[in-house]
Design a binder for this molecule. Structure first.
Ligand code: ADP
Ligand code: MG
Length: 233
């Protein structure tokens, strides 16, 4: 479970203290699909960085699967991040000189797996996103939607606790965007926990729950269905 209790984040710009997140409180249960919405500059990426253990709050408590991240030393954050979080970014962030397969294998190198094991798992992840036949293509030889699916395979390959996506359809045309959103729907039905950041209301509607932030504060939280765990899976 993800638990945020009274999260504040303040950036210092010269002598100015700029509050970017103010008293953010919410929980995400295992197997939930939550969209975080809000206009540009509202603090979505700052919040994603905290949830993804890339940054720590200035104040408040963040717990990930029971572990108090806000009191974890900086040097341990990277290992928590590598084990627990599967990141998906707007610009895919694939390495251009490597094949799709090598890109998906990368997080497993950090996990210390053998080459054979890495290849096997990366191939299975590519198959999962429908791109087994593109394993040896480089990112430039793939469409935007295919590149994002490779990035999703890379996020899945470590079996993370949560998939954390920041504007995953922001760089895609409507057709590719629909393909990627369908894949997120399937992953949710398989029981994955997904936190998706978006400013697109159509994209956010696909989630079970929408949390809207404005100027660093939660202004509304909408539950789409009151479906109980396990239903519709
Ligand atoms: P969003 O992703 O919703 O567009 P961000 O979280 O990127 O919003 O930014 C929220 C606010 O915090 C903006 O006003 C931005 O200028 C400011 N901000 C973001 N990152 C930094 C930083 N590293 N230093 C100072 N201000 C920042
Ligand atoms: Mg952003």
């Amino acid at each position: 479970m993800i638990e945020l209790n009274g999260i504040y984040k303040t950036y210092t710009a010269g002598k100015l203290e700029v509050p970017v997140l103010k008293n953010i409180c919410f929980q995400v249960d295992q197997g939930e699909y939550v969209a975080i919405m809000g206009p540009s500059g509202s603090g979505k990426s700052t919040l994603m960085n905290i949830i993804g253990c890339l940054d720590q709050p200035s104040n408040g408590e963040y717990r990930l699967n029971g572990q108090n991240i806000s009191q974890t030393e900086e040097k341990h954050l990277a290992s928590i991040r590598n084990k627990m979080i599967g990141f998906i970014f707007q610009q895919f962030q694939l390495l251009p000189r490597m094949s799709a397969l090598r890109n998906v294998e990368l997080p497993l190198i950090y996990a210390g797996l053998s080459s054979d094991e890495r290849k096997k798992r990366a191939q299975a992840a590519l198959k999962r996103v429908g791109l087994a036949s593109r394993a040896h293509h480089r990112p430039t030889e793939l469409s935007g939607g295919q590149q994002q699916r490779v990035a999703i395979a890379r996020a899945l390959v470590t079996e993370p606790f949560v998939l954390l996506a920041d504007e995953p359809t922001g760089a895609l045309d409507s057709h590719s965007s629909a393909t990627v959103m369908d894949l997120f729907d399937e992953l949710f039905r398989e029981g994955r926990t997904i936190v998706m950041i978006t400013h697109d209301a159509e994209v956010a509607k696909r989630a079970q729950r929408q949390i809207v932030i404005r100027d660093g504060e939660i202004v509304s939280a909408i539950q789409k269905h009151n479906r109980t765990k396990g239903e519709d899976r």
